[in-house]
Design a protein around this ligand. Structure first.
Ligand SMILES: O=C(O)CCC(=O)C(=O)O
Length: 237
């Protein structure tokens, strides 16, 4: 079922309720347009010299933007100041770099090193970083904040979400299929400089762009200060 594109404008209190109940929230006018252009320029330069796009926090300017966004959202998202910045990924979708992602949840978190525990699964290494599937109680506390460096439109492959799907924890493939057919999806239309804050467990997908307008996003991941099972966040910087 396809629902209308939704845009919620934040106000304190309501936003946390939306994130907790719906699993996502759009906040407009977080970063100004010139800064977005500057960030897009920096990211473009990086892509030329590096295939990697998950290691943006290696760069001081990106850490600074992440912290600035965190502080700007402080009044809009009650809980964000209790979280710490753990990763940033750059997504660049355009006519020359066009792609889609099928419905999934973000279950992997970047950690400093492997910990042997029967409760920890899904270990992987990507771009030299160690990832593990976060236990549900950890993933439920995490927040992804996607800064839009361009307008995200219906036509340039916006993120689509199934509101409320984060509340069911990590889903099996069959459960994802069921959610897809039984629940309404929403396109997250976010103007340039705005952010989409979302729980990583919310089911999300995106289609290929059919537009000439690029859709570039810095996807910041925030998590709680302490981790279970002796894990530690991957060092940043
Ligand atoms: O930006 C997109 O379209 C996809 C992002 C995504 O799938 C993710 O963050 O896991």
């Amino acid at each position: 079922m396809i629902g209308a594109a939704h845009r919620f404008v934040c106000c304190k209190g309501a936003i946390d309720m939306l994130i907790d109940e719906q699993g996502y929230k759009i906040v407009v006018d977080v970063i100004d347009s010139d800064t977005c252009d500057d960030l897009a320029f920096r990211c473009h330069g990086l892509q030329k010299s590096s295939a990697g796009s998950r290691r943006l926090l290696d760069h001081g300017w990106c850490r600074q933007v992440g912290m600035e966004i965190q502080s700007k959202l402080d009044r809009a998202i009650d809980s964000i100041d209790h979280l710490t910045l753990v990763q940033c990924t750059y997504f660049d979708k355009s006519p020359t770099s066009n792609w889609l992602v099928t419905w999934h949840q973000d279950c992997s978190v970047p950690v400093a090193s492997r910990v042997d525990s029967p409760e920890l699964t899904g270990w992987s290494t990507k771009e030299g970083m160690t990832f593990v599937y976060g236990p549900d109680e950890l993933l439920a506390k995490m927040l992804a904040v996607r800064l839009h460096l361009n307008d995200s439109l219906e036509t340039n492959g916006p993120l689509r979400v199934i509101p409320g799907s984060h509340r069911f924890g990590t889903l099996t493939d069959a459960e994802i299929e069921r959610q897809r057919h039984e629940s309404e999806e929403v396109s997250c239309i976010v103007p340039k400089g705005g952010v989409l804050a979302m729980r990583p467990l919310i089911l999300h997908a995106s289609s290929k762009s059919t537009s000439t307008v690029p859709r570039r996003v810095l996807h910041f991941l925030f998590g709680p200060m302490t981790l279970p099972h002796g894990l530690q966040w991957a060092p940043i910087g």
